[in-house]
Design a protein around this ligand. Sequence first.
Ligand SMILES: N[C@@H](CCC(=O)N[C@@H](CS)C(=O)NCC(=O)O)C(=O)O
Length: 228
Amino acid sequence: MEKESEVFLLGSWFSSYCTRVRLALEIKGIQYEYIEQDLTNKSQELLKYNPVHKKVPVLVHKGKPIVESIVILEYIDDCWKTAPKLLPEEPSERAKVRFWINYYDQKVGPSTKVVLVCNGKERDKAIEESNELLKVLEEGIARDIPNRSPFLNGENPGILDVVIGSSACNVEAFNEAIGGVDLSLEKYPCLFELVTVLKNSPIMKKSLPPHIDLVAKIREKFNLNQDA
Ligand SMILES: N[C@@H](CCC(=O)N[C@@H](CS)C(=O)NCC(=O)O)C(=O)O
């Protein structure tokens, strides 16, 4: 069935990759239709629009599907040029931002998922590794992006704020779901400040999934059904 809206998003409420896109659309003030997907029973639409990965998020703009969250964020910035910019204009600044997005997706994100699937000593090791990666991120941002106020992008949240914020704002839900571990961001003043500002922003409040539902979903997804 063809959708009437010019922009629609196939997503899943608990996916931080989808939160990225929702956040970017909100920042830009773009009207869109949201279509929740059942990832256990993928729709014909999802298979049609993302035949390679069969994953959400998928943004469909004027009938054209765009997939992969970072590709979508850059596409949004390229198409809606007048609204607040997600990426800096200056090439070396853009390169730095892209570097840290890549670092986050390749290193930090996967390391926190390892914490969720390990127990005992393995979990302690995974937490240590995760902390080391966060320390590198913290120091790197402080070095590469000195003019942060209050977001990494300046006055409005940019692509790096969106990427880090979408999952880092869920840290409390992860801690509660796992139980007994503390992946506290307070050790990282720059990241902590960013997450605090983002969490209190109306845009983020609108785009983040409810805490209690997220805790339940993380437990279900990672088989953490102990009463933590
Ligand atoms: N690299 C992708 C990752 C997207 C992704 O992993 N989506 C998950 C939801 S969080 C998904 O659709 N999973 C369904 C599946 O793996 O079958 C992106 O940045 O968009």
